[in-house]
Design a binder for this molecule. Structure first.
Ligand SMILES: NC(=O)c1ccc[n+]([C@@H]2O[C@H](COP(=O)([O-])OP(=O)(O)OC[C@H]3O[C@@H](n4cnc5c(N)ncnc54)[C@H](O)[C@@H]3O)[C@@H](O)[C@H]2O)c1
Length: 250
């Protein structure tokens, strides 16, 4: 494989929420670059289907990222199988109910924060010890433009993604001397099944704010994540990379 493809041979990667959408595109891309990939998802059947389409370098594994015991068990099982974890992609996430704050329930808030933000913490915590021991690792989390700007009717989602951005910066500084890089990306609207859960007028409003005038593709996010997970990004940590078709210029 040529250098330009950022060879990941002999490396291992966990991608959460990888049964479909952006996570699936990332798993496919990292596998194409030579990595052994864990297609991790709440939905085991869908994860198995995705892993079998990727091929023998892919392993399907079930874990709810909001549950510490399931996350720890997943990482333990993969360490037994692989002996090492080089890359973690915190991708699993939900958008939650599309309602204004006055109508939000405590359960709405907790569900989104538990999966998107606590899940990122739990998965990162589970891999960081073994990464520190080997003085090697890369973590890339999928935040969102809403975590920079705050989208109306999406308060828990926006707050969870702002939390992911700040968690990235805090963790990156903690492990900067341990050979581990921690970054995140902030996509605007990307064409995935997640959009089925958002009201059409909200989608139209979000699309109208993208100067490139179209939705992003999961493969475009995967390309940026691949770069950040690879040694090509060896001088980059604690960053949030924009992938918003020009929506955010900061
Ligand atoms: N699609 C977009 O426009 C967009 C924009 C910005 C950020 N993002 C973020 O990108 C990530 C992926 O989004 P997507 O559009 O591919 O979503 P998607 O709904 O297509 O896929 C999400 C996957 O995560 C899995 N999942 C859900 N809850 C889980 C849990 N508790 N534990 C483990 N897996 C779980 C689902 O089963 C699904 O396979 C999310 O974090 C999302 O917030 C998406």
């Amino acid at each position: 494989m040529s250098e330009i493809l950022r060879n990941l041979e002999n490396q291992t990667a966990i991608i959460t929420g990888a049964a479909q959408g952006i996570g699936r595109a990332i798993a496919e891309r990292l596998a194409r670059a030579g990595a052994r990939v864990a297609v991790s998802d709440l939905n085991l059947k869908a994860a198995q289907a995705t892993a079998s389409e990727i091929g023998t370098s892919a392993t399907a594994i079930q874990a709810d990222v909001s549950k510490a015991a399931e996350v720890d068990q997943m990482v333990h099982a993969l360490l037994e199988q692989w002996g090492r974890i080089d890359i973690l992609i915190n991708n699993a996430g939900i958008v939650g109910r599309d309602v204004p704050v006055k109508d939000l329930t405590e359960a709405d808030w907790d569900q989104v924060l538990d999966i998107n933000l606590k899940g990122t913490f739990l998965c990162s915590r589970a891999v960081i010890g073994p990464m520190i021991d080997r003085k090697q690792g890369a973590i890339v989390s999928i935040a969102s433009i809403s975590g920079k700007e705050g989208n109306p009717s999406m308060a828990p989602y926006s707050v969870s993604k702002a939390g992911v951005i700040c968690f990235t910066k805090a963790l990156a500084k903690e492990v900067i001397g341990d050979g581990i890089r921690v970054n995140c990306v902030s996509p605007a609207l990307i064409q995935t099944p997640l959009l089925d859960k958002i009201e059409q007028d909200q989608l139209d409003w979000m699309t109208s704010k993208i100067p490139l005038g179209r939705l992003g593709r999961p493969e475009e996010v995967a390309a940026l994540v691949h770069f950040l997970a690879s040694e090509d990004a060896s001088f980059t940590t604690g960053q949030c990379y924009d992938i918003s078709g020009g929506r955010a210029t900061y």
